[in-house]
Design a protein around this ligand. Structure first.
Ligand SMILES: [Mg+2]
Length: 246
């Protein structure tokens, strides 16, 4: 169980990829292509690469976690060749209105953190391009240097996040993520204010497969109070209590 560091302000956790920028930037496509190329570089043909990529993503949450478990893959080499080689600077750009949204979050009331399944350099790079790096207190990321590192939506990941930020009370967590499974998992742990960022109709890539983004629930999905939004500006309406009064 996480312990409070004495700072009793709630934390607003933002997922980074496909949340702070639109899926229309097609960064998940670029990631999927590079991961596919990585599997092919291990000697697999294209069909085998696609099959294994999807299997590891489904089973472990991230292709890399299967690669480190079952193959002799250096996660830092993987990160350099995959996320590290994406020309992010030409794919996403600074959006003044997003910076304004972050500036309007009242820091006397809440703290703001990033919560990503990427490794730290990629997360920092995205935040720098978006000019949000000075408005985010810390980043919880998948630590590729740790053997069998955890990721969303595993409960251990959220516990690790709270521990890192020094927050003990899950009812003080605000969280927005484009992956519904990630927000469902947080909600199940008592994170009280969860929002699904859902750009319905756009395409994203998961486990190497192109998928149309939708807010349909699978039959065994938990029944909860999570709302979905298609624009982060809607957070001003959903969470009015965290913004400065204008
Ligand atoms: Mg995401």
């Amino acid at each position: 169980m996480a312990q409070s560091n004495g700072d009793e302000r709630p934390i607003v956790w933002f997922d980074i990829d496909n949340t702070l920028y639109s899926a229309s930037a097609k960064i998940s496509h670029a990631m999927g292509e590079r991961i596919h190329a990585y599997f092919v570089s291990m000697g697999l043909d294209h069909d085998e690469a696609s099959e294994l990529h999807l299997r590891y993503y489904t089973q472990y949450g991230l292709a890399l976690r299967g690669l480190t478990r079952h193959h002799d893959v250096d996660p830092l080499d993987f990160d350099r060749k995959c996320d590290g080689s994406i020309p992010l600077e030409s794919m996403i750009s600074f959006k003044p209105e997003l910076r304004k949204l972050f500036e309007d979050i009242d820091r006397t009331k809440v703290r703001v953190w990033g919560l990503t399944n990427a490794y730290k350099p990629h997360a920092q790079r995205v935040l720098r391009i978006l000019k949000l790096d000075d408005l985010v207190e810390g980043i919880v990321y998948c630590d590729y240097t740790v053997k069998d590192f955890v990721c969303k939506p595993e409960p251990e990941y959220y516990h690790m996040a709270m521990k890192k930020a020094g927050l003990a009370d899950p009812s003080k967590c605000y969280f927005v993520d484009d992956n519904r499974g990630n927000v469902d998992a947080a909600r199940a742990l008592g994170w009280a204010h969860c929002v699904h960022f859902c750009e319905k109709g756009l395409e994203g890539v998961e486990g190497g497969k192109v998928k149309e983004i939708d807010n349909e629930r699978s039959p065994n999905a938990p029944d909860n109070d999570i709302v979905d939004i298609a624009d982060l500006e809607q957070l001003r309406v959903v969470w009015p209590e965290i913004f400065t009064e204008t």
